[in-house]
Ligand binder design. Structure first.
Ligand SMILES: Cc1cc2nc3c(=O)[nH]c(=O)nc-3n(C[C@H](O)[C@H](O)[C@H](O)COP(=O)(O)O)c2cc1C
Length: 331
């Protein structure tokens, strides 16, 4: 471990940043009745009996005087989806409350919605703390929603996830190679989640390729064979003409001459059956995510999205029609 004796402020900040915190917005109403609010991660608990919390505010903050005058403050422990609100309240002086549905906390402090938790406080003490003031408050009311919290780590937003004990090594294979090997984990997780959806697909007389084609067209109708193939290349799907023609023959698709090529659409029957399968797939997703819990569901999706983005070889983005890549799908 590096021991730093000379005081480099950037190093000091970075060192403090290794302490992972939640993110709060602290609000109050000044003597002029104007609302103030700042994003703060210096929040911490102090005492259970009496219930007390603290946070510190830079003396350079424009809201300093209002917090000193107010006598009350409200702490909002932000939820994972409130990153934008956090950024808004981290901008000095801006009109931070416009468009926000604000309630009223003790002492008139603005109360923000959709947080993980909120604490309404009466200011008990204000201490000098170098270039900050430390506000200690007695909690007079609190509530929590169960929403997963936003996390701040090393200067970046993050999400919280629980640690799990490792999977048992798969029989016969070298444990280091198998249980901790990313493609193995991804493949096994996919298989274990998808096989339940596959049962529904089979019960509807379809195979995986047909289901992938139908659900792709449910997102975006009127694609050419080339666009469908490009959009489903990651799934190793056979979307050749015989498969499309087979679906047409069974009344699930129709083909229309379009610019450059035949374009494929879901028939009414095809749409009805596909939406039914997608609803079943969503139910299965919900039951899997229920077992994980909301915090880990947010964390898992966040990590998978990061992995998808960081390894993307340039696949067409059929899900997002405004993406420039979707327009060239199959080209
Ligand atoms: C994640 C995060 C945590 C922050 N924590 C604090 C804090 O604990 N105390 C503080 O004074 N400023 C903190 N800030 C900076 C303030 O939110 C920022 O200076 C704010 O714009 C001050 O607003 P004002 O000048 O309008 O009062 C933090 C910013 C971010 C993004």
């Amino acid at each position: 471990m590096n021991q730093t004796t000379a005081f480099d402020p950037r190093e000091f900040r970075a060192t403090l940043g290794t302490f992972t915190t939640g993110v709060t917005i602290i609000t109050a109403r000044g003597a002029d009745r104007q609302p103030v609010g700042v994003t703060a991660n210096s929040f911490n608990s102090v005492s259970l009996d009496p219930p007390m919390v603290l946070w510190s505010l830079a003396k350079s903050s424009r809201s300093l005087e209002a917090f000193q005058q107010s006598g009350h403050f409200a702490v909002h422990i932000l939820a994972a989806g409130q990153e934008e609100l956090s950024n808004r309240f981290a901008r000095s002086g801006a009109d931070k409350f416009s468009g926000v549905d604000v309630g009223e906390a003790a002492g008139g402090a603005p109360l923000l919605p959709h947080c993980s938790a909120r604490l309404q406080c009466r200011t008990s003490f204000v201490y000098e703390g170098g270039d900050h003031l430390i506000f200690v408050g007695e909690v007079v009311a609190f509530d929590r929603s169960g929403l997963p919290p936003l996390v701040f780590q090393a200067g970046k937003y993050a999400v919280a996830t629980r640690k799990v004990t490792a999977l048992a090594p798969a029989g016969g294979l070298d444990a280091n190679w198998s249980e901790d090997h990313l493609p193995y984990l991804l493949g096994r997780a996919y298989f274990q989640v998808y096989f339940r959806i596959r049962e529904q697909v089979r019960a509807d007389g379809l195979n995986d390729d047909e289901y992938f084609i139908l659900s792709t067209l449910a997102v975006r109708d009127g694609l050419t064979q080339g666009e469908i193939e490009a959009g489903l290349s990651h799934a190793g799907c056979n979307c050749g003409f015989p498969v499309l023609a087979g679906l047409r023959q069974r009344g699930l698709l129709r083909g229309e001459d379009g610019p450059g090529d035949l374009r494929w659409f879901l028939s009414d029957e095809g749409r009805r059956r596909t939406l039914h399968l997608i609803a079943a797939a969503k139910d299965i997703e919900s039951s899997v995510l229920d077992v994980l819990g909301e915090w880990d569901a947010v964390a898992l999706k966040n990590l998978l999205k990061q992995l998808v983005l960081s390894t993307d070889p340039g696949l067409p983005d059929l899900w997002n029609p405004s993406s420039p890549r979707s327009a060239t799908a199959g080209a």
